[in-house]
Ligand binder design. Structure first.
Ligand code: MCN
Length: 791
């Protein structure tokens, strides 16, 4: 039996997100909204120093303050832990990973680290008592700069003999790389800095742990992207059996990777609830979250290209210093690896070498932030391609065209060992250039230059490919990742023919309820409104790998699709039995089974669902109920790709960069809901533009975060941005039956290099060849001054 072509398609429709009314009306409940009678409040005394020895904690005065229930130090809680805080990605066998506990015991390693837990009956009482706790420290020299860290002149962790946590290399053919550089007509050698970014999700982290009144069981409500993984990690770290833990992620207001983690506060709330036998809650303050929630990026990239005289790149060599921050969080060391395979970008290159040194510093730990490794890789190759074009006096679009992996080469085995599924990079570029009116933009740029117009025009092109859809479990094993990459789904048709979908994905802004209902409705020929999607509660959806790495559609959506297919297969058996015809004589059209060639003879799915429920007349060997469960492990990643073009105006007199236009052509394979796709691309582009122009976590010489509040850390809003001009190409992925690729990170991956390429392009005739991120007016102005002085 196959789908009938007559079936009305729902996949591909622009449908409004069913999630939004609840979010927009304030009806939805976030973790901090949950009313839990009798809940105690946890407030943390945090280290004010980046690196120090704890000499003494004096909590006597605080203990006698009103409402205080408990004040506990790291030593007091040490017996609560079955294991240190988890890092699930030991990228090398000899990776150094200093033991990390929720409360520091002897030393602190970043400003903001938790030192003392204060529990009181109200938030205000806990805050007051925390203010009365006196901690004496002996300050130690902090390690703050990555290029200093690599010298080991000072150590971030006193017990280690080096700041390096690991060195990881991918060097399939070193001789070929050497030869390519030896024989190159032209080489590029650049140093780029990926500044630290603060994820700044709209909802700060919040959690409440509720012990069951009978004792022994705990429900953990947390603003997390990973309820399933969190449950496993909470069990391993606290010794509480997994069976006694239920993790629920209520509505979650964004994460961007920052909620893909196991945090000290989650562990503390859990063990305090166990110890005190009462619910315990914690909600971070924004200024606290900017220090205590993970940061993103934080890399220094040494990027080299070898090329021949006509611009064909022959080798890419990358050396990376990656800032782990003070500790390895859940996937910290793996973040650079997600980019390690992609520094050659969309180009067909013969020789490749990548080495990454992961270094400890006395700063907030880093971890996955939207794109995780792939924006960094794309930035390096796309900036370097522009430099190469400039050296060869070629147009940036032309040099890209000459190097693209040709459309007919897919599936394409890359020099780094990946198999890219599908793509048409030429078409992406052509569409984007056309949409931008590239030739006219270049003419306008020349006109302004000739006229000495201080409003300089810059055009930046960036082409990207990413690997997402994490991930084939076997590949994850080869990278030493501590979990699988499958996803689970159950599809069940209830007696009244309403459909329930249970998914292991954990949406936090991506619109899964809408998308998953569309996949099922499309397959079953019913209305999406008849499909309920259940998620983010381990009691309801016991299996899952959660949401990150733009995996949810290509892995989780596929699992749902396959489970729906199985339900139809079972329904077919029942229908054939009821109708007394052979299975192969039936076709499924418009939510009914009908006899091929006799459309009047049909049995609706609704009738079969009821039959499966009463089980009065089922065929032999067919179990009651219309339900199927799947755990699907993808055979490969998916490889979304695209071309982005930024058009900026740089004011020569002030250094101000205005993003005038932004054109993006993305290929995420077949689109389930183009409106959601566009929304994802909008958000992603905004985050990449933010890195290019606005955001940077700034530290002073003692390791204090200088812009810990959102008054100082500039997160752009719609007011700073033009209306994005979006287009797409579609090369369906052959790795899954839906033909889909991820889109959740694509915008972020393509955008920062497009914007910086545009800024440098605007100033190139002055002799400017690079502009570090973020391209603040001050920075751009001083580049203009230096370039003008050097002329
Ligand atoms: N989609 C589609 N057709 C495609 C691809 C995707 O209709 N070809 C839809 C999907 O059905 C889904 C959405 O787009 O509704 C995103 O799907 P996918 O690309 O699979 O990404 P995930 O759902 O796994 O989301 C994770 C991704 C990541 S890694 C980050 S970081 C991120 C992002 O999503 N964080 C977000 N988008 C975010 N959006 C919001 N609002 N908040 C965040 O924290």
């Amino acid at each position: 039996m196959t789908d009938s072509p007559q079936q009305e398609r729902i996949i591909g429709e622009r449908r409004l997100r069913r999630e939004d009314p609840g979010l927009l009306s304030g009806e939805n409940r976030f973790s901090d909204d949950l009313v839990v009678p009798g809940a105690l409040h946890l407030v943390l005394v945090r280290s004010p120093h980046a690196h120090a020895k704890i000499l003494h904690v004096d909590a006597n005065a605080a203990r006698s303050m009103p409402g205080v229930v408990a004040i506990l130090t790291g030593q007091d809680l040490q017996s609560e832990w079955a294991a240190p805080m988890p890092c699930a990605w030991p990228v090398t066998p000899d990776m150094k990973n200093p033991a990390h506990y929720p409360l520091a015991t002897e030393y602190v390693h970043y400003a903001g680290e938790c030192v003392v837990a204060v529990v009181a009956r109200s938030q205000i009482e806990a805050v007051d008592a925390a203010g009365a706790v006196i901690v004496e420290y002996e300050e130690l020299t902090p390690v703050l700069d990555l290029e200093d860290a690599v010298t080991d002149a000072s150590l971030a962790h006193e017990e280690l003999d080096s700041n390096a946590s690991f060195v990881w290399s991918l060097d399939p053919n070193p001789e070929a790389v050497e030869a390519a550089f030896r024989e190159a007509a032209v080489t590029v050698s650049e140093r780029y800095v990926q500044q630290r970014l603060i994820p700044a999700a709209m909802e700060p982290r919040a959690m409440v742990v509720v012990p069951s009144p009978m004792g022994g069981d705990y429900t953990v409500y947390s603003a997390t992207q990973i309820p399933h993984v969190l449950r496993v990690m909470l069990a391993l770290t606290t010794g509480i059996p997994e069976t006694k833990l239920r993790v629920v992620a209520p509505s979650v207001g964004g994460g961007f990777g920052s909620k893909l983690d196991v945090y000290a506060e989650e562990l503390l709330c859990l063990v305090l609830a166990r110890r005190l036998r009462q619910p315990v809650r914690f909600t971070e303050e924004r200024g606290e979250g900017t220090m205590a929630t993970i940061h993103g990026r934080g890399q220094v990239q040494y990027m080299e290209l070898a090329a021949n005289a006509d611009g064909k790149v022959t080798a890419v060599r990358v050396k990376l210093l990656a800032d782990m921050g003070a500790y390895l969080q859940l996937v910290t060391p793996g973040v650079p690896l997600l980019g390690a395979f992609l520094y050659h970008g969309v180009y067909d290159i013969g020789a490749y070498s990548f080495t990454c040194t992961g270094l400890f510093t006395n700063k907030t730990p880093t971890d996955a932030y939207r794109g995780a490794g792939r924006p960094e890789a794309t930035y390096a190759i796309e900036r370097a391609m522009d430099t190469l074009a400039r050296k060869l006096a070629m147009d940036p679009a032309e040099i890209r065209r000459r190097n693209f992996i040709a459309a007919e080469k897919f599936p394409y085995e890359s020099v780094a060992g990946l198999v890219f599924d599908s793509g048409s990079y030429q078409e992406n570029l052509a569409k984007a250039l056309d949409r931008a009116g590239y030739a006219e933009l270049r003419a306008e740029q020349q006109r302004r230059r000739a006229a000495g117009d201080p409003r300089r025009l810059g055009i930046g092109v960036s082409c990207y490919v990413e690997m997402c859809g994490l991930a084939p479990s076997r590949v994850l094993a080869s990278l030493n990742y501590g979990a699988g990459g499958w996803e689970a789904a159950t599809v069940r048709i209830l007696p009244t023919s309403k459909v329930q979908v249970v998914t292991g994905t954990a949406p936090h802004g991506q619109g899964h309820e809408t998308s998953w209902s569309m996949i099922v409705a499309d397959k079953l020929g019913i209305s999406p409104d008849d499909v309920e999607v259940l998620h983010s509660d381990t009691a309801i959806a016991p299996h899952g790998m959660d949401t990150y790495g733009s995996r949810s559609l290509s892995v989780g959506g596929t699992a749902i699709y396959l489970a729906t297919e199985r339900v139809i297969e079972k329904a077919l058996k029942i229908a054939a039995h009821q109708m007394e015809v052979a299975e192969e004589d039936l076709e499924y059209v418009g939510a009914s089974f009908r006899v091929k060639g006799s459309p009047d003879q049909q049995l609706p799915l609704a009738a079969i669902a009821f039959e499966a429920f009463t089980a009065h007349n089922l065929p032999d060997g067919v179990e009651p109920n219309l339900e199927a469960s799947i755990s699907w492990d993808p055979p490969n990643f998916t490889f979304p790709n695209g071309t982005h073009i930024a058009v900026v105006e740089v004011d020569e007199e002030t250094g101000r960069v205005q993003l005038e236009r932004y054109i993006a052509v993305d290929d995420c394979g077949n689109q389930i809901n183009p409106m959601i796709v566009e929304g994802q691309v909008h958000g992603g582009i905004t985050q990449g533009v933010a890195q290019a122009l606005y955001e940077e976590a700034l530290y002073d010489a003692s390791g204090q975060l200088l812009n810990a509040s959102l008054a100082d850390y500039l997160v752009p809003s719609a007011a700073e941005l033009p209306s994005f001009e979006l287009g797409s190409t579609v090369t369906p992925s052959p790795t899954n039956p839906l033909g889909v690729k991820g889109v959740g990170e694509a915008g972020t991956i393509g955008s920062a290099p497009a914007v910086i390429n545009a800024v440098v392009d605007a100033l190139a005739d002055l002799g400017v060849t690079d502009c570090p991120m973020p391209a603040t007016p001050e920075r751009v102005y001083s580049l203009i001054q230096q370039a003008t002085a050097a002329r």
